[in-house]
Design a protein around this ligand. Structure first.
Ligand code: 6R9
Length: 569
Protein backbone atom coordinates (compact mmCIF):
# COMPACT_ATOMS: atom_id res chain seq x y z
CA UNK A 1 0.00 0.00 0.00
CA UNK A 2 1.20 3.47 -0.83
CA UNK A 3 1.58 5.01 2.60
CA UNK A 4 1.47 8.57 1.28
CA UNK A 5 -2.30 8.47 0.81
CA UNK A 6 -4.81 5.90 1.96
CA UNK A 7 -8.06 5.95 0.02
CA UNK A 8 -11.40 6.75 1.58
CA UNK A 9 -13.58 3.98 2.96
CA UNK A 10 -17.30 4.07 3.32
CA UNK A 11 -19.03 5.63 6.30
CA UNK A 12 -22.56 5.78 7.67
CA UNK A 13 -22.93 9.51 7.57
CA UNK A 14 -22.07 10.81 4.19
CA UNK A 15 -19.22 13.24 4.44
CA UNK A 16 -18.04 12.66 0.91
CA UNK A 17 -17.20 15.94 -0.73
CA UNK A 18 -18.15 17.51 2.54
CA UNK A 19 -16.43 20.73 1.69
CA UNK A 20 -19.02 21.13 -1.03
CA UNK A 21 -22.02 19.58 0.71
CA UNK A 22 -21.43 21.37 3.97
CA UNK A 23 -20.02 24.58 2.61
CA UNK A 24 -22.73 26.64 4.27
CA UNK A 25 -23.18 24.32 7.22
CA UNK A 26 -24.35 26.07 10.35
CA UNK A 27 -24.37 24.41 13.77
CA UNK A 28 -27.98 25.53 14.21
CA UNK A 29 -28.88 22.76 11.78
CA UNK A 30 -28.02 20.19 14.46
CA UNK A 31 -30.47 21.59 17.02
CA UNK A 32 -33.47 19.71 15.68
CA UNK A 33 -32.02 16.46 17.02
CA UNK A 34 -32.51 17.48 20.62
CA UNK A 35 -35.61 17.44 22.75
CA UNK A 36 -35.02 21.04 23.80
CA UNK A 37 -35.56 22.27 20.28
CA UNK A 38 -39.23 21.43 20.90
CA UNK A 39 -39.64 21.76 24.67
CA UNK A 40 -37.18 24.57 25.35
CA UNK A 41 -35.92 22.62 28.39
CA UNK A 42 -32.25 21.80 28.44
CA UNK A 43 -30.10 19.33 30.31
CA UNK A 44 -27.38 17.27 28.66
CA UNK A 45 -28.01 14.36 31.08
CA UNK A 46 -31.57 14.16 29.79
CA UNK A 47 -30.40 14.01 26.16
CA UNK A 48 -27.74 11.39 26.91
CA UNK A 49 -29.77 8.98 29.04
CA UNK A 50 -33.40 9.79 29.90
CA UNK A 51 -34.45 10.45 26.34
CA UNK A 52 -33.45 6.89 25.39
CA UNK A 53 -34.89 5.47 28.62
CA UNK A 54 -38.27 6.94 27.61
CA UNK A 55 -38.06 5.31 24.20
CA UNK A 56 -39.65 1.82 24.42
CA UNK A 57 -37.38 0.50 21.68
CA UNK A 58 -34.23 1.68 23.42
CA UNK A 59 -34.80 1.57 27.15
CA UNK A 60 -33.67 -2.05 27.56
CA UNK A 61 -30.57 -1.64 25.43
CA UNK A 62 -27.29 -1.73 27.36
CA UNK A 63 -26.10 1.85 27.84
CA UNK A 64 -23.04 0.88 29.87
CA UNK A 65 -21.03 -2.32 29.73
CA UNK A 66 -18.51 -2.19 32.53
CA UNK A 67 -15.73 -4.74 32.46
CA UNK A 68 -12.64 -5.10 34.64
CA UNK A 69 -10.52 -7.96 35.99
CA UNK A 70 -12.78 -8.27 39.04
CA UNK A 71 -16.17 -6.97 38.01
CA UNK A 72 -18.60 -7.16 35.09
CA UNK A 73 -21.80 -5.17 34.98
CA UNK A 74 -24.36 -4.01 32.45
CA UNK A 75 -26.76 -1.11 32.86
CA UNK A 76 -29.55 -0.37 30.41
CA UNK A 77 -30.58 3.18 29.58
CA UNK A 78 -33.52 2.77 31.91
CA UNK A 79 -31.34 1.49 34.76
CA UNK A 80 -28.84 4.27 34.30
CA UNK A 81 -31.65 6.80 34.29
CA UNK A 82 -32.89 5.45 37.62
CA UNK A 83 -29.47 5.27 39.24
CA UNK A 84 -28.54 8.79 38.19
CA UNK A 85 -31.93 10.00 39.44
CA UNK A 86 -31.21 8.39 42.78
CA UNK A 87 -27.87 10.09 42.99
CA UNK A 88 -29.38 13.44 42.01
CA UNK A 89 -31.80 12.97 44.92
CA UNK A 90 -28.89 12.25 47.27
CA UNK A 91 -27.27 15.51 46.17
CA UNK A 92 -30.48 17.53 46.58
CA UNK A 93 -30.95 16.12 50.07
CA UNK A 94 -27.47 17.42 50.83
CA UNK A 95 -28.24 20.93 49.57
CA UNK A 96 -26.54 20.81 46.19
CA UNK A 97 -27.90 23.46 43.88
CA UNK A 98 -27.48 24.63 40.32
CA UNK A 99 -23.97 25.95 39.72
CA UNK A 100 -22.35 24.22 42.73
CA UNK A 101 -19.20 22.29 41.99
CA UNK A 102 -19.26 18.57 42.81
CA UNK A 103 -16.03 16.69 42.20
CA UNK A 104 -15.40 13.02 41.54
CA UNK A 105 -12.13 11.49 42.63
CA UNK A 106 -12.35 7.78 41.95
CA UNK A 107 -11.73 4.98 39.50
CA UNK A 108 -14.01 4.18 36.60
CA UNK A 109 -17.01 2.15 37.75
CA UNK A 110 -20.78 2.05 37.18
CA UNK A 111 -21.11 4.22 40.32
CA UNK A 112 -18.92 6.86 38.75
CA UNK A 113 -21.17 7.18 35.70
CA UNK A 114 -24.39 7.25 37.76
CA UNK A 115 -22.88 9.93 40.00
CA UNK A 116 -21.55 12.01 37.11
CA UNK A 117 -24.94 12.05 35.39
CA UNK A 118 -26.71 12.67 38.70
CA UNK A 119 -24.59 15.78 39.24
CA UNK A 120 -25.58 17.14 35.85
CA UNK A 121 -29.25 16.42 36.52
CA UNK A 122 -29.17 18.77 39.54
CA UNK A 123 -27.66 21.54 37.42
CA UNK A 124 -24.40 21.33 39.37
CA UNK A 125 -21.01 21.36 37.66
CA UNK A 126 -19.08 18.08 37.61
CA UNK A 127 -15.30 17.99 38.15
CA UNK A 128 -13.75 14.58 37.41
CA UNK A 129 -10.23 13.93 38.75
CA UNK A 130 -7.75 11.18 37.89
CA UNK A 131 -7.66 8.60 40.68
CA UNK A 132 -3.86 8.74 40.57
CA UNK A 133 -3.69 12.32 41.82
CA UNK A 134 -1.75 12.83 45.02
CA UNK A 135 -2.64 15.28 47.76
CA UNK A 136 -1.26 18.48 46.25
CA UNK A 137 -3.01 17.89 42.93
CA UNK A 138 -6.32 17.19 44.67
CA UNK A 139 -5.90 20.24 46.90
CA UNK A 140 -5.13 22.63 44.00
CA UNK A 141 -8.24 21.60 42.10
CA UNK A 142 -10.70 21.52 44.99
CA UNK A 143 -9.37 24.83 46.29
CA UNK A 144 -9.55 26.65 42.97
CA UNK A 145 -13.03 25.38 42.10
CA UNK A 146 -14.32 25.85 45.68
CA UNK A 147 -15.95 22.45 45.36
CA UNK A 148 -18.81 21.95 47.80
CA UNK A 149 -18.94 18.19 47.63
CA UNK A 150 -16.64 15.33 46.69
CA UNK A 151 -17.41 11.77 45.67
CA UNK A 152 -14.49 9.46 46.42
CA UNK A 153 -13.53 6.07 47.85
CA UNK A 154 -11.98 4.85 51.12
CA UNK A 155 -8.76 4.04 49.23
CA UNK A 156 -8.34 7.66 48.13
CA UNK A 157 -9.77 9.66 51.02
CA UNK A 158 -6.36 10.03 52.69
CA UNK A 159 -5.24 12.14 49.76
CA UNK A 160 -7.99 14.68 50.36
CA UNK A 161 -6.78 17.41 52.75
CA UNK A 162 -10.26 17.80 54.21
CA UNK A 163 -9.31 20.21 56.99
CA UNK A 164 -7.70 22.70 54.59
CA UNK A 165 -10.67 22.97 52.25
CA UNK A 166 -13.21 25.31 53.87
CA UNK A 167 -15.64 25.13 50.93
CA UNK A 168 -15.80 21.36 50.92
CA UNK A 169 -18.91 20.66 52.99
CA UNK A 170 -19.46 16.96 52.48
CA UNK A 171 -17.84 13.81 51.20
CA UNK A 172 -19.64 10.85 49.74
CA UNK A 173 -17.75 7.56 50.00
CA UNK A 174 -18.37 4.85 47.43
CA UNK A 175 -17.82 1.38 48.85
CA UNK A 176 -17.20 2.60 52.36
CA UNK A 177 -18.27 1.66 55.84
CA UNK A 178 -21.91 2.63 56.23
CA UNK A 179 -21.38 3.81 59.78
CA UNK A 180 -18.45 6.13 59.05
CA UNK A 181 -18.31 9.90 59.44
CA UNK A 182 -18.80 10.52 55.72
CA UNK A 183 -21.94 9.98 53.68
CA UNK A 184 -22.23 6.41 52.46
CA UNK A 185 -23.04 6.18 48.77
CA UNK A 186 -24.63 2.75 49.14
CA UNK A 187 -26.75 3.66 52.12
CA UNK A 188 -28.05 6.88 50.60
CA UNK A 189 -28.72 5.30 47.24
CA UNK A 190 -30.75 2.54 48.86
CA UNK A 191 -33.08 5.12 50.37
CA UNK A 192 -33.26 7.48 47.41
CA UNK A 193 -36.18 7.66 45.01
CA UNK A 194 -35.70 6.60 41.40
CA UNK A 195 -37.78 9.57 40.31
CA UNK A 196 -36.19 12.96 39.94
CA UNK A 197 -37.35 16.23 38.44
CA UNK A 198 -34.40 17.34 36.33
CA UNK A 199 -33.15 20.89 36.79
CA UNK A 200 -33.88 22.48 33.42
CA UNK A 201 -31.18 24.84 32.29
CA UNK A 202 -30.03 27.30 29.72
CA UNK A 203 -27.70 26.10 26.97
CA UNK A 204 -25.04 28.41 28.38
CA UNK A 205 -25.26 27.02 31.93
CA UNK A 206 -22.17 25.21 33.23
CA UNK A 207 -21.78 21.42 33.28
CA UNK A 208 -18.12 20.55 33.54
CA UNK A 209 -14.79 21.71 34.90
CA UNK A 210 -11.72 19.93 33.52
CA UNK A 211 -8.43 20.89 35.07
CA UNK A 212 -5.56 20.79 32.64
CA UNK A 213 -1.90 21.49 33.25
CA UNK A 214 0.07 23.94 31.19
CA UNK A 215 3.85 23.88 31.01
CA UNK A 216 4.00 26.54 33.73
CA UNK A 217 1.87 27.57 36.66
CA UNK A 218 -1.00 25.84 38.41
CA UNK A 219 -3.51 23.71 36.52
CA UNK A 220 -6.35 25.72 35.01
CA UNK A 221 -10.04 24.92 35.27
CA UNK A 222 -11.49 24.73 31.78
CA UNK A 223 -15.20 25.46 32.01
CA UNK A 224 -17.73 23.90 29.64
CA UNK A 225 -21.48 24.44 29.19
CA UNK A 226 -24.43 22.29 28.09
CA UNK A 227 -24.36 23.78 24.59
CA UNK A 228 -21.31 21.57 23.87
CA UNK A 229 -23.73 18.72 23.18
CA UNK A 230 -24.30 20.03 19.66
CA UNK A 231 -20.74 19.19 18.75
CA UNK A 232 -20.48 16.00 20.82
CA UNK A 233 -23.53 14.67 19.05
CA UNK A 234 -22.53 15.64 15.53
CA UNK A 235 -18.89 14.54 15.73
CA UNK A 236 -20.24 11.24 17.08
CA UNK A 237 -21.87 10.85 13.68
CA UNK A 238 -19.37 12.41 11.30
CA UNK A 239 -16.14 11.26 12.91
CA UNK A 240 -16.92 8.31 15.19
CA UNK A 241 -19.33 7.19 12.47
CA UNK A 242 -21.73 5.86 15.12
CA UNK A 243 -24.88 4.05 14.16
CA UNK A 244 -27.63 2.74 16.36
CA UNK A 245 -26.38 -0.81 16.94
CA UNK A 246 -22.70 -0.03 17.45
CA UNK A 247 -20.75 -1.15 20.49
CA UNK A 248 -18.35 1.64 21.20
CA UNK A 249 -15.25 1.67 23.38
CA UNK A 250 -13.34 4.80 24.33
CA UNK A 251 -10.30 3.84 26.40
CA UNK A 252 -9.85 7.26 28.04
CA UNK A 253 -10.33 7.93 31.74
CA UNK A 254 -12.97 10.59 32.50
CA UNK A 255 -10.28 12.59 34.33
CA UNK A 256 -9.21 13.48 30.79
CA UNK A 257 -11.59 15.39 28.51
CA UNK A 258 -11.60 12.51 26.03
CA UNK A 259 -13.17 10.33 28.73
CA UNK A 260 -16.11 12.75 29.14
CA UNK A 261 -16.74 14.27 25.69
CA UNK A 262 -16.21 10.91 23.97
CA UNK A 263 -16.42 8.44 26.86
CA UNK A 264 -19.84 9.76 27.99
CA UNK A 265 -21.51 12.37 25.83
CA UNK A 266 -20.91 11.49 22.18
CA UNK A 267 -21.86 7.80 22.41
CA UNK A 268 -24.90 8.28 24.64
CA UNK A 269 -26.21 11.33 22.84
CA UNK A 270 -26.24 8.97 19.88
CA UNK A 271 -27.91 6.19 21.86
CA UNK A 272 -25.01 3.78 21.45
CA UNK A 273 -23.84 1.02 23.83
CA UNK A 274 -20.74 2.24 25.63
CA UNK A 275 -18.01 -0.08 26.93
CA UNK A 276 -15.93 1.02 29.90
CA UNK A 277 -12.87 -0.95 30.93
CA UNK A 278 -11.39 -0.65 34.41
CA UNK A 279 -8.01 -1.96 35.50
CA UNK A 280 -4.60 -1.57 33.96
CA UNK A 281 -3.46 -1.83 30.39
CA UNK A 282 -2.45 -5.23 29.10
CA UNK A 283 -2.44 -6.18 25.42
CA UNK A 284 -4.35 -9.42 26.01
CA UNK A 285 -7.01 -7.78 28.18
CA UNK A 286 -7.50 -4.99 25.66
CA UNK A 287 -7.78 -7.24 22.65
CA UNK A 288 -9.97 -9.50 24.79
CA UNK A 289 -12.33 -6.59 25.47
CA UNK A 290 -12.79 -5.97 21.76
CA UNK A 291 -13.41 -9.65 21.11
CA UNK A 292 -15.66 -10.35 24.12
CA UNK A 293 -17.83 -7.26 23.79
CA UNK A 294 -17.88 -7.21 19.98
CA UNK A 295 -16.60 -3.66 19.93
CA UNK A 296 -17.22 -2.07 16.55
CA UNK A 297 -15.96 1.49 17.06
CA UNK A 298 -12.81 2.04 19.08
CA UNK A 299 -11.33 5.37 20.17
CA UNK A 300 -7.89 5.22 21.78
CA UNK A 301 -4.51 6.97 21.80
CA UNK A 302 -1.13 6.60 20.09
CA UNK A 303 0.58 5.49 23.28
CA UNK A 304 -1.77 2.50 23.55
CA UNK A 305 -1.43 1.65 19.87
CA UNK A 306 2.36 1.78 20.17
CA UNK A 307 2.25 -0.60 23.12
CA UNK A 308 0.05 -3.01 21.18
CA UNK A 309 2.38 -2.76 18.23
CA UNK A 310 5.35 -3.60 20.46
CA UNK A 311 3.46 -6.60 21.83
CA UNK A 312 3.67 -8.08 18.33
CA UNK A 313 1.36 -9.48 15.70
CA UNK A 314 1.04 -12.88 17.42
CA UNK A 315 -0.68 -11.30 20.41
CA UNK A 316 -3.22 -9.66 18.13
CA UNK A 317 -3.79 -12.89 16.19
CA UNK A 318 -4.81 -14.76 19.34
CA UNK A 319 -8.02 -12.69 19.47
CA UNK A 320 -10.97 -12.40 17.13
CA UNK A 321 -11.03 -8.72 16.29
CA UNK A 322 -13.43 -9.03 13.37
CA UNK A 323 -16.14 -6.97 15.08
CA UNK A 324 -14.07 -3.81 14.65
CA UNK A 325 -15.26 -1.48 11.93
CA UNK A 326 -13.76 1.90 12.79
CA UNK A 327 -10.70 2.92 14.82
CA UNK A 328 -9.68 6.41 15.95
CA UNK A 329 -6.92 8.10 17.86
CA UNK A 330 -6.39 11.30 19.87
CA UNK A 331 -4.04 12.97 22.30
CA UNK A 332 -0.80 12.94 20.44
CA UNK A 333 0.32 12.85 16.87
CA UNK A 334 -0.37 9.51 15.27
CA UNK A 335 2.81 8.10 13.81
CA UNK A 336 2.57 6.78 10.23
CA UNK A 337 4.27 3.62 11.49
CA UNK A 338 1.26 3.03 13.75
CA UNK A 339 -1.16 3.57 10.88
CA UNK A 340 0.74 1.02 8.80
CA UNK A 341 0.50 -1.42 11.70
CA UNK A 342 -3.25 -0.80 12.02
CA UNK A 343 -3.75 -1.68 8.35
CA UNK A 344 -1.86 -4.88 8.96
CA UNK A 345 -3.31 -5.88 12.33
CA UNK A 346 -7.00 -4.98 11.75
CA UNK A 347 -7.12 -4.20 8.05
CA UNK A 348 -8.47 -0.82 9.17
CA UNK A 349 -7.26 2.73 8.97
CA UNK A 350 -6.62 4.44 12.31
CA UNK A 351 -8.22 7.87 12.08
CA UNK A 352 -6.41 10.68 13.82
CA UNK A 353 -8.46 13.43 15.48
CA UNK A 354 -7.16 16.71 16.85
CA UNK A 355 -8.69 18.77 19.62
CA UNK A 356 -8.00 19.98 23.16
CA UNK A 357 -9.55 20.23 26.63
CA UNK A 358 -10.26 23.86 25.81
CA UNK A 359 -12.00 23.08 22.52
CA UNK A 360 -14.35 20.56 24.20
CA UNK A 361 -14.74 18.41 21.09
CA UNK A 362 -13.01 17.37 17.88
CA UNK A 363 -12.06 20.11 15.40
CA UNK A 364 -9.60 18.71 12.86
CA UNK A 365 -10.08 15.09 11.88
CA UNK A 366 -9.81 12.23 9.46
CA UNK A 367 -13.25 10.95 8.49
CA UNK A 368 -14.07 7.50 7.22
CA UNK A 369 -15.07 8.97 3.87
CA UNK A 370 -11.90 10.97 3.41
CA UNK A 371 -8.63 10.13 1.76
CA UNK A 372 -6.07 9.93 4.53
CA UNK A 373 -2.50 11.18 4.50
CA UNK A 374 -0.66 9.35 7.28
CA UNK A 375 1.02 11.83 9.63
CA UNK A 376 -1.65 14.47 8.99
CA UNK A 377 -4.34 15.14 11.56
CA UNK A 378 -6.79 15.70 8.72
CA UNK A 379 -9.07 18.59 7.88
CA UNK A 380 -11.38 20.88 9.87
CA UNK A 381 -14.96 19.76 10.48
CA UNK A 382 -17.73 21.42 8.56
CA UNK A 383 -18.58 24.63 10.40
CA UNK A 384 -15.01 24.98 11.70
CA UNK A 385 -12.52 27.44 10.28
CA UNK A 386 -8.93 26.54 11.06
CA UNK A 387 -5.76 28.24 9.95
CA UNK A 388 -2.08 28.77 10.63
CA UNK A 389 -1.39 32.26 11.98
CA UNK A 390 1.60 34.30 13.12
CA UNK A 391 1.83 35.78 16.61
CA UNK A 392 -0.32 38.75 15.61
CA UNK A 393 -3.08 36.53 14.28
CA UNK A 394 -2.36 37.03 10.58
CA UNK A 395 -2.92 33.98 8.39
CA UNK A 396 0.16 32.36 6.89
CA UNK A 397 0.44 30.79 3.43
CA UNK A 398 0.33 27.02 2.79
CA UNK A 399 3.26 24.92 3.99
CA UNK A 400 4.49 27.52 6.45
CA UNK A 401 4.81 26.47 10.07
CA UNK A 402 3.00 28.65 12.59
CA UNK A 403 0.35 28.72 15.32
CA UNK A 404 -2.57 26.42 14.75
CA UNK A 405 -5.65 28.60 15.28
CA UNK A 406 -9.45 28.25 15.11
CA UNK A 407 -11.95 31.00 14.34
CA UNK A 408 -13.83 31.75 17.58
CA UNK A 409 -17.34 30.48 18.18
CA UNK A 410 -17.78 26.71 17.81
CA UNK A 411 -20.44 25.08 20.05
CA UNK A 412 -18.19 23.18 22.49
CA UNK A 413 -15.61 25.90 23.06
CA UNK A 414 -14.71 26.51 26.72
CA UNK A 415 -16.59 29.48 28.12
CA UNK A 416 -14.09 30.48 30.80
CA UNK A 417 -10.98 29.53 32.70
CA UNK A 418 -12.26 29.22 36.26
CA UNK A 419 -11.22 32.17 38.41
CA UNK A 420 -8.86 33.40 35.73
CA UNK A 421 -10.38 35.71 33.09
CA UNK A 422 -6.93 36.96 32.07
CA UNK A 423 -5.83 33.45 31.17
CA UNK A 424 -8.98 32.94 29.13
CA UNK A 425 -8.45 36.19 27.20
CA UNK A 426 -4.85 35.26 26.45
CA UNK A 427 -5.98 32.43 24.15
CA UNK A 428 -7.55 34.82 21.67
CA UNK A 429 -5.75 36.97 19.12
CA UNK A 430 -7.48 38.89 16.37
CA UNK A 431 -10.61 36.71 16.44
CA UNK A 432 -8.62 33.46 16.50
CA UNK A 433 -8.36 30.94 19.30
CA UNK A 434 -4.62 30.19 19.30
CA UNK A 435 -4.00 26.61 20.35
CA UNK A 436 -0.35 26.63 21.40
CA UNK A 437 0.36 23.89 18.87
CA UNK A 438 2.56 24.49 15.87
CA UNK A 439 1.46 23.06 12.55
CA UNK A 440 1.26 23.76 8.86
CA UNK A 441 -1.42 23.32 6.26
CA UNK A 442 -0.61 21.82 2.85
CA UNK A 443 -1.99 23.02 -0.51
CA UNK A 444 -4.91 20.62 -0.24
CA UNK A 445 -6.01 21.76 3.19
CA UNK A 446 -4.60 18.88 5.27
CA UNK A 447 -3.14 19.99 8.61
CA UNK A 448 0.20 18.62 9.85
CA UNK A 449 1.05 18.79 13.54
CA UNK A 450 4.61 19.76 14.42
CA UNK A 451 4.68 19.99 18.21
CA UNK A 452 3.61 22.12 21.11
CA UNK A 453 5.05 25.56 20.41
CA UNK A 454 7.24 25.18 23.50
CA UNK A 455 8.64 21.94 22.06
CA UNK A 456 9.74 23.10 18.62
CA UNK A 457 13.50 22.74 18.24
CA UNK A 458 15.66 25.33 16.55
CA UNK A 459 18.89 23.70 15.41
CA UNK A 460 21.39 25.61 13.25
CA UNK A 461 18.58 27.89 12.12
CA UNK A 462 16.27 25.04 11.12
CA UNK A 463 12.96 24.53 12.91
CA UNK A 464 12.39 20.87 13.67
CA UNK A 465 9.21 19.44 15.18
CA UNK A 466 9.97 16.67 17.67
CA UNK A 467 7.10 14.55 16.34
CA UNK A 468 8.74 14.04 12.95
CA UNK A 469 11.93 12.79 14.54
CA UNK A 470 10.09 10.57 17.02
CA UNK A 471 8.03 9.02 14.25
CA UNK A 472 11.14 8.21 12.27
CA UNK A 473 12.89 6.79 15.32
CA UNK A 474 10.11 4.32 16.08
CA UNK A 475 10.23 3.06 12.51
CA UNK A 476 13.63 1.62 13.41
CA UNK A 477 13.25 -2.04 14.34
CA UNK A 478 15.01 -1.62 17.70
CA UNK A 479 13.06 1.39 18.97
CA UNK A 480 9.84 1.02 20.98
CA UNK A 481 9.20 4.60 22.06
CA UNK A 482 10.97 7.91 21.60
CA UNK A 483 10.88 11.41 23.12
CA UNK A 484 12.84 14.17 21.43
CA UNK A 485 13.94 17.53 22.84
CA UNK A 486 16.16 20.48 21.92
CA UNK A 487 19.21 20.82 24.14
CA UNK A 488 20.91 24.23 24.27
CA UNK A 489 24.17 24.26 22.35
CA UNK A 490 26.55 27.22 22.00
CA UNK A 491 27.22 26.52 18.34
CA UNK A 492 23.90 25.39 16.94
CA UNK A 493 21.40 27.10 19.21
CA UNK A 494 19.99 23.71 20.06
CA UNK A 495 20.91 20.17 19.23
CA UNK A 496 18.44 17.33 18.96
CA UNK A 497 18.53 14.86 21.78
CA UNK A 498 16.46 11.68 21.66
CA UNK A 499 15.42 9.49 24.56
CA UNK A 500 14.41 6.03 23.43
CA UNK A 501 13.26 2.74 24.88
CA UNK A 502 14.34 -0.45 23.13
CA UNK A 503 12.09 -3.24 21.95
CA UNK A 504 12.51 -6.61 23.54
CA UNK A 505 15.59 -8.50 22.41
CA UNK A 506 17.76 -5.45 21.70
CA UNK A 507 20.83 -4.50 23.70
CA UNK A 508 22.47 -1.14 24.01
CA UNK A 509 25.64 -0.75 21.93
CA UNK A 510 27.48 2.07 20.19
CA UNK A 511 26.84 0.40 16.84
CA UNK A 512 23.12 0.28 17.47
CA UNK A 513 22.97 3.96 18.44
CA UNK A 514 24.93 4.94 15.35
CA UNK A 515 22.68 2.77 13.22
CA UNK A 516 19.60 4.54 14.62
CA UNK A 517 21.18 7.93 13.99
CA UNK A 518 21.95 7.04 10.39
CA UNK A 519 18.44 5.70 9.97
CA UNK A 520 16.94 9.08 10.89
CA UNK A 521 19.52 10.92 8.81
CA UNK A 522 18.72 8.88 5.71
CA UNK A 523 15.00 8.90 6.31
CA UNK A 524 14.53 12.55 7.28
CA UNK A 525 17.55 14.81 6.94
CA UNK A 526 20.98 15.37 8.43
CA UNK A 527 19.83 18.27 10.58
CA UNK A 528 16.95 16.24 12.02
CA UNK A 529 19.17 13.34 13.10
CA UNK A 530 19.65 13.37 16.88
CA UNK A 531 23.20 14.23 17.91
CA UNK A 532 22.59 12.52 21.21
CA UNK A 533 20.58 9.38 21.86
CA UNK A 534 19.98 8.09 25.35
CA UNK A 535 18.40 4.76 26.14
CA UNK A 536 16.00 4.83 29.08
CA UNK A 537 13.61 2.37 30.70
CA UNK A 538 10.54 4.51 30.13
CA UNK A 539 9.52 7.73 28.46
CA UNK A 540 7.64 9.99 30.91
CA UNK A 541 4.03 10.45 29.87
CA UNK A 542 0.90 12.12 31.15
CA UNK A 543 -2.14 10.10 32.17
CA UNK A 544 -3.60 10.92 28.77
CA UNK A 545 -0.54 9.38 27.12
CA UNK A 546 1.33 12.49 26.05
CA UNK A 547 5.10 12.42 26.03
CA UNK A 548 6.27 14.95 28.63
CA UNK A 549 9.09 16.54 26.65
CA UNK A 550 9.19 19.40 29.12
CA UNK A 551 10.10 16.88 31.83
CA UNK A 552 12.76 15.20 29.69
CA UNK A 553 14.19 18.65 29.16
CA UNK A 554 14.27 19.61 32.83
CA UNK A 555 15.89 16.28 33.66
CA UNK A 556 18.48 16.80 30.97
CA UNK A 557 19.26 20.34 32.12
CA UNK A 558 18.90 19.68 35.84
CA UNK A 559 16.06 22.21 36.16
CA UNK A 560 13.05 22.13 38.49
CA UNK A 561 10.38 19.85 37.09
CA UNK A 562 7.33 22.09 37.67
CA UNK A 563 3.83 20.61 37.90
CA UNK A 564 4.00 16.85 37.46
CA UNK A 565 0.57 16.00 38.87
CA UNK A 566 -0.59 14.42 35.62
CA UNK A 567 2.50 12.23 35.23
CA UNK A 568 1.74 8.56 34.75
CA UNK A 569 3.48 6.36 37.34
C1 6R9 B 1 -8.07 15.84 23.49
C2 6R9 B 1 -6.78 16.21 24.12
C3 6R9 B 1 -4.40 18.84 23.85
C4 6R9 B 1 -3.06 18.78 23.15
C5 6R9 B 1 -3.05 19.48 21.83
C6 6R9 B 1 -1.90 18.76 21.14
C7 6R9 B 1 -2.06 17.33 21.60
C8 6R9 B 1 -4.17 16.15 20.84
C9 6R9 B 1 -3.56 15.46 18.89
C10 6R9 B 1 -2.50 16.17 19.46
C11 6R9 B 1 -1.23 15.83 17.59
C12 6R9 B 1 -3.38 14.91 17.59
N1 6R9 B 1 -2.90 16.57 20.67
N2 6R9 B 1 -4.59 15.46 19.77
N3 6R9 B 1 -1.34 16.35 18.82
N4 6R9 B 1 -2.19 15.13 16.98
N5 6R9 B 1 -4.34 14.21 16.97
O1 6R9 B 1 -5.78 15.56 23.91
O2 6R9 B 1 -6.82 17.27 24.99
O3 6R9 B 1 -5.26 16.75 26.90
O4 6R9 B 1 -6.08 19.10 26.44
O5 6R9 B 1 -4.39 18.00 24.97
O6 6R9 B 1 -2.72 17.42 22.86
O7 6R9 B 1 -0.68 19.27 21.57
O8 6R9 B 1 -2.83 20.86 22.01
P1 6R9 B 1 -5.65 17.79 25.91
Amino acid sequence: MDMKQIPARSGNHNLQNYQQTYKNFNWDEVKGNFTWSKTGKVNIAYETIDKHAEDPSKKNQAALIYTSPDREEKLTFEELKKKSNQFANVLKKNDIEKGDRVFLFMHRSPEFYAAFLGILKTGAIAGPLFEAFMEQAVRDRLEDSEAKMLVTTPELIDRVPVDDLPHLEKIILVGGDESGSHISFEKEMKNASEEFEIEWLDLEDGMLLHYTSGSTGKPKGVYHVHNAMLQHYQTGKWVLDLKDDDVYWCTADPGWVTGTSYGIFAPWLNGVTNVVRGGRFSPDDWYGTIADQDVSVWYSAPTAFRKLLSAGAETAKKHDLSSLRHVLSVGEPLNPEVIAWGLEAFDLRIHDTWWMTETGAMLICNYPTMEMRPGSMGQPLPGIEASIVDNEGNELPANQMGNLAIKEGWPSMMRAVWNNPGKYESYFVNGWYVSGDSAYKDEDGYFWFQGRLDDVINTSGERVGPFEVESKLIEHEAVAEAGVIGKPDPERGEIIKAFITLREGYQKSDELLEDIRQFVKKGLSAHAAPREIEITDTIPKTRSGKIMRRLLKSWELGLPTGDTSTLEE
